[in-house]
Design a protein around this ligand. Structure first.
Ligand code: GLP
Length: 244
């Protein structure tokens, strides 16, 4: 794992955006795996800016998002679809038909997940997967578990994840309890992975990810087995690793 320790959120965002930008320039038909949450917001802001300045062309890019809440529609302002439109898609020249996110309104979870996996295969796999990390070490919505999941699937969200995500919803009862997510195997089959970690509330997850045993109890630990991971973490997220 190649690790960059940066001062703060802005430095992390700029560096992450430049790695994504390099991918887009090197292969204008890249398949990018994208993530949501507060962590990548600044990264998308830089990508938008560079597009506006004429540096980045998204016309040949295809995106596959990591996950989506089950039971909420694209129009819901808390859907990950809506997040992607607001933070990136509506600001760049990406073809909307080349942006893929599991459909949270579909109830037939087996079919949704199978089709998503087939789609990733048909697109030739993911060239660069962007990832954040949950406070409990989850990636995508792969929660701590007793085994690493292979493919896209439907998950019940951990109580701590619902607690962390309730800040985005008006009422705690509105937080979805389930989601569709790429599996650990799907994530691990990406050519390259870019992991972003920011803030002291991720320090324990970071410590476990880097120093703990590789275990599905802390899903991000599996990334140590991937041959091409770049991690950008700020000093606050690294505080526990450095103090050991
Ligand atoms: C959610 C997403 C993850 C994300 C995590 C951390 O659970 N499914 O993909 O990495 O939250 O979010 P944040 O970046 O807001 O801390």
């Amino acid at each position: 794992m190649k690790t960059y320790i940066v001062k703060d959120y802005d430095e992390m965002s700029k560096k992450a955006a430049s790695i994504l930008a390099a991918q887009i320039v090197a292969d204008p038909e890249s398949v990018l795996g994208l993530a949501t949450g507060s962590t990548p917001v600044g990264t998308y802001r830089y990508l938008r800016k560079w597009h506006e300045e004429g540096v980045l062309d998204f016309s040949g890019i295809c995106t596959m998002n990591l996950d989506e809440y089950r039971g909420i529609s694209k129009e819901n302002s808390q859907s990950y679809y809506h997040f992607m439109v607001e933070n990136l898609f509506s600001h760049v020249n990406i073809k909307r038909e080349n942006t893929y996110i599991p459909d949270g309104t579909r109830k037939d979870s087996g079919a949704v997940c199978r089709e998503y996996e087939d789609l990733i295969q048909r697109k030739g796999g993911i060239d660069l997967q962007l990832l954040g990390i949950g406070r409990n070490g989850h990636i995508g919505f792969n929660e701590p578990s007793d085994c690493f999941t292979e493919k896209s699937h439907c998950v019940s969200l951990a109580r701590s994840t619902m607690e962390a995500n309730k800040r985005f919803f008006e009422k705690a009862e509105d937080v979805p309890k389930e989601a569709y997510t790429m599996g650990i195997g799907t994530i691990m089959s990406a050519e390259k992975i870019l992991l972003l970690v920011c803030g002291s509330d991720k320090a324990e997850a970071m410590y476990q990810t880097i120093c703990g045993p590789i275990t599905p109890e802390v899903p991000a630990t599996v990334l140590r087995l991937h041959k091409n991971v770049i991690m950008i973490a700020d000093e606050a997220a690294m505080s526990k690793v450095k103090s050991e």
